[in-house]
Design a protein around this ligand. Sequence first.
Ligand code: ARG
Length: 300
Amino acid sequence: MSKTLEWGHRYVAVAPAHFRVDYQINPFMDLAVQPDRALALAQWRRMVDAIETAGGTVEVIDQRSDAPDMVYAMNLGLGVEVPTTTGGLRHHVVLSHMRYPQRRMETPTTRAWFAGHGSTTSYVGRDGVGAFFEAGDAFAFGGDLVVGYGPRTDELGLKHLATDLGVRVRGLRITHPGMYHLDLAFCPLDETRALVCPEAFDEDSRAAVLALVPDPIVLTEEEALSTFAANSVVVGRTVIMPACPDRVRARLEESGFAVVLVDVREFHKGGGSIRCLTNAVDLRIGRDLLPVSGGEVVLP
Ligand code: ARG
């Protein structure tokens, strides 16, 4: 059996005190379909419970009242643990530079929160200037940082990430408007496995993602879009999912995973599910991301 992921035990999440659909920046959002505040909060609490029961920890960031999408914490930034010369770990966050101005006020708040918790921060672009980067596009897999680009993250941002972190960045070009972040189409499960929806990508990137993952569990376009099945969180051998097609569950169980279902459908109204609502901050350079001097970008 292949090794479980070492990251994915420490999360931040944003308590949904002001979750609304105020604008439309993805195909799921419809101003006429608003979330039920109490139901959303109950679903979010059950999700946090499920993560904690699986052995994860969740730190909570307060939501700004003027930032209805801030609940999708995955997009706040990319948190990494960096080994120090004295044998300790320093925490660092590469802040997102949101494609849409409607979400850009989330960044200074995120920066202040992480700085207040002892993290250093950096950025690839900010305030509408420079490359866009949304952290829902970035995952560690196979020792490299896999980054989706196109709808939200700019291709140019990949170079910044690679140099900033000193890692290899493997770009995948996203072309599907409904899978506008990598986390809607790709979910690392363990050292050799990941959930993958190939339809999210252009032809070369489809081939690249299938070559990258030794043992992919493939989701159909319909499964990824209507159930958000790829937008799941993995804590060791537990996969916390919004829904799981039978075929996928069978594959997961035969690979030693336990599937825990949590209904977060109120949040599907904003275009995100369980992964989007969380942000793993325990990716470690030298363990999950292999150091590459000067950084390197590999495109399909
Ligand atoms: N309404 C949010 C947006 O369009 C949803 C973000 C979903 N998050 C994610 N990590 N895929 O930005």
